[in-house]
Design a binder for this molecule. Structure first.
Ligand SMILES: Cc1cc2nc3c(=O)[nH]c(=O)nc-3n(C[C@H](O)[C@H](O)[C@H](O)COP(=O)(O)OP(=O)(O)OC[C@H]3O[C@@H](n4cnc5c(N)ncnc54)[C@H](O)[C@@H]3O)c2cc1C
Length: 323
């Protein structure tokens, strides 16, 4: 019988660290078991576990890594952070993760800036042989949609790059990515006819404002050409169906307040996965406040169909992941 979750721990060692742009670093990990790591990529999430060698050994060997992690004393429980598998080279037993850095306060950002080859981690990810390896832990589904709108801040850049790489040539649409600096604009590898726009923030720009302005300008222009998203009645979307506990995955609950349709996690971060495709497939991931603005503008003000839209708060300003 297949195990309950497609996710399991992989013991890895940092082998390379490459600066891709002003604020992005690509860290390459290797580990013998990575030959079994699922290469689904798109926006499939992974967990990075930072701990002592003894803790990493225990986490990697535990029958249930999550139970092991939860059972650790609060004071010494290893830090866990959510990232995206950027490239998986199973034949070489290698995995790349692209980190955007934001100083050394956050343990993951600090690791990206300071880690040395030989440093160890445990990465929790889907393993290829599991029957749900390409459906657990990801929100992206095209479902035959021939047009896409991909929207994200710098933390979503790796997932957007993966999604673009997965699209067939006939798919059209737009991608908007807000980044900290003009030097963070990277060429995307895609066969699709999707126009990619990078929006570098200046010191004067409020985080997310370039993104909301650009997206609403695009959707409004599209509407004036008679190609609005959809004005179908909003229908419930699925929330956080994953095999790994993320800020978004478990214990989702409807939150009342300014918008009673918003689904949030227990930490109050908005996370809502549209269950079906549609004419235009919309995927949005950024800091939680920006995602909330985009969701309001698209669903409430422009009548987009909730079923074909995913809105995911990847992080929350002022909060550490999981807090
Ligand atoms: C499904 C998913 C996939 C993700 N994929 C990636 C990925 O591939 N690459 C990537 O770089 N990030 C990714 N993220 C975002 C990443 O998990 C968060 O940025 C995380 O908080 C970073 O951890 P940390 O230890 O550096 O900082 P934390 O300890 O979590 O936070 C410390 C402080 O830094 C702030 N902070 C956190 N992230 C940022 C940021 N990006 N810019 C400015 N301030 C920040 C926090 O609000 C807090 O005040 C993903 C998140 C999710 C949910």
């Amino acid at each position: 019988m297949a195990p309950r979750s497609a996710y399991r721990p992989f013991a890895v060692t940092l082998t390379r660290r490459e600066q891709l742009s002003d604020n992005f670093f690509r860290l390459t990990f290797s580990g013998p078991d990575l030959t079994e790591f699922a290469d689904t990529c798109v926006d499939q999430r992974i967990k990075l576990v930072f701990g002592t060698d003894a803790q990493l050994d225990e986490a990697a060997a535990a029958e249930s890594w999550l139970d092991w992690w939860r059972d650790q004393p609060n004071e010494t429980r290893p830090v866990m952070r959510t990232y995206t598998a950027r490239f998986v080279r199973r034949e070489a037993a290698e995995l790349d993760v692209d980190f955007v850095t934001h100083g050394t306060d956050g343990p993951a950002s600090r690791f990206a800036l300071e880690a040395q080859p030989g440093d160890r981690l445990v990465i929790v990810g889907a393993y290829a042989d599991h029957p749900e390896a390409d459906t657990q832990g990801l929100a992206w589904r095209r479902d035959g949609a021939s047009s896409v709108l991909l929207v994200g801040d710098e933390t979503a850049q790796p997932a957007i790059a993966n999604i673009l790489r997965s699209l067939p040539a006939h798919v059209t649409g737009a991608a908007f990515i807000e980044v900290p600096s003009p030097g963070d604009a990277m060429v995307m590898d895609t066969a699709a006819e999707v126009a990619v726009t990078y929006l570098p923030r200046s010191a004067a720009d409020e985080r997310g404002s370039l993104l909301t302005d650009a997206v609403f300008a695009w959707t409004d222009a599209r509407a004036s050409e008679g190609e609005a998203g959809s004005s179908e009645a909003a229908a419930p979307a699925t929330a956080g169906a994953t095999g790994v506990r993320t800020p978004a995955a478990a214990s989702a609950a409807a939150s009342a307040g300014e918008d009673d349709m918003v689904t949030t996690t227990e930490t109050g971060i908005l996370w809502e996965e549209g269950a079906e495709g549609g004419g235009l497939r919309v995927w949005v991931a950024a800091d939680a406040l920006t995602v909330r603005e985009l969701r309001r503008g698209l669903l409430r003000e422009r009548g987009y169909d909730r079923k074909s839209c995913s809105f995911m708060g990847y992080w929350k300003p002022g909060s550490r992941e999981g807090e």
